[in-house]
Design a protein around this ligand. Structure first.
Ligand code: HEC
Length: 155
């Protein structure tokens, strides 16, 4: 390969990259596909959003998580879906390897709920801060999400 064709290949790569990232390009149902560096986050983090009906719902929740479930349903489920399973078209599932504790610890839940989130892993747009929620409540929500994550093998 000469320098000219190498340059063409590089330019092609850049164009594909821009297309994959471009928020305005019509790429079908890209909301299902997270944007992650799988080398950094592990291959599972690149998995598409699961079918919300495939999420395992724990039969028993700890008392704290049971409280968190109610708070989650009142404050987060319109976007993150029932059981945090996604499928609303407004926000990603939280029952996904990207959100395992090692990648997004409970502080990430606190930061998200209190300050909102600039979209960086999916194509749903930004998350606005959740109004009138306390740190205690978000901690309960995170406890709930962790129990559902564990029931789905995400730890
Ligand atoms: C209006 C819709 C909406 C609501 C309501 C909402 N979220 Fe989000 N959430 C989003 C979007 C959109 C993202 C951004 C995903 C991305 O592209 O990275 C997000 C991201 C997150 C993240 C990932 C943060 C990070 O660091 O990457 C967490 C954790 C989260 N939300 C938790 C919650 C919790 C807990 C609640 C309820 C208290 C909640 N969300 C309510 C839309 C919402």
């Amino acid at each position: 390969m000469n320098r000219y064709s190498l340059g063409l290949v590089a330019a092609g790569g850049v164009l594909v990259g821009i297309y994959a990232w471009a928020p305005w390009a019509d790429k079908g149902n890209v909301e299902d596909q997270p944007r992650v560096n799988t080398q950094m986050h592990g291959a599972a983090a690149g998995a598409p959003a699961p079918d919300p009906d495939s999420i395992v719902v724990p039969e028993v929740l700890s008392p704290l998580a049971a409280n968190g479930k109610i708070l989650f349903e009142n404050n987060c489920a319109t976007c993150h879906g029932k059981n945090g399973a996604g499928g609303t078209g407004k926000a990603p599932p939280l029952i996904h390897p990207i959100y395992k504790p090692g990648h997004h610890p409970n502080e990430a839940f606190l930061r998200a709920a209190m300050g909102g989130v600039q979209s960086h892993h999916w194509n749903f747009g930004n998350m606005p801060p959740v109004e009138d929620i306390t740190e205690n409540e978000v901690t309960l929500i995170a406890t709930y999400i962790r129990e559902v994550q564990r029931a789905n093998g995400i730890e």
